[in-house]
Design a protein around this ligand. Structure first.
Ligand code: FES
Length: 143
């Protein structure tokens, strides 16, 4: 027969394992459906070929020289929004889904334009200017 202490230890370990797996799975599920485009920063701009939008209106742009990912949102054939995936509350990375962004640190949520839909964040996510040039979207990180 297990002691009360052993029972609590076993139960808590199982709960933590389940919680961790559940959290990890939800993170992977929410990220896995959006394509990720890896690129290299050049003169404070990021170039994303339009071909990335063949199957999705949302693309996560990842550059090792940029601290956080950028969610590139196709609003129309000629309009794109670049939303910096850094929480405006306390700078935690946010996660993008097909319907918006959320921060796992304290629960803030944002729409696909980066506007706050649930506090504690009070400010929208930073957005960068984009320019459509030939077959590329250019994200200006200076903007
Ligand atoms: S850091 Fe994102 S909600 Fe607090």
């Amino acid at each position: 027969m297990k002691s009360r202490r052993e029972f609590l230890k076993d139960t808590c370990t199982a709960c933590l394992g389940t919680a961790f797996l559940g959290f990890t799975f939800s993170q992977l599920t929410s990220c896995s459906s959006l394509p990720i485009y890896k690129t290299n920063l050049s003169q404070k701009t990021v170039r994303v070929p339009l071909s990335n939008f063949a199957a999705s209106t949302l693309v996560i742009v990842r550059d090792m020289q940029v601290a956080y990912d950028i969610l590139l949102v196709q609003k129309s054939a000629t309009e794109y929004h670049a939303v910096y995936m850094k929480c405006s509350h306390q700078e935690n990375p946010v996660t993008a889904t097909k319907t918006g962004l959320f921060c796992s640190a304290h629960g803030s949520t944002f729409d696909l334009d980066g506007n706050v839909t649930k506090e504690p964040a009070l400010s929208p996510l930073k957005k960068f200017k984009t320019v459509l040039q030939d077959d590329q979207i250019i994200i200006d990180l200076n903007s």
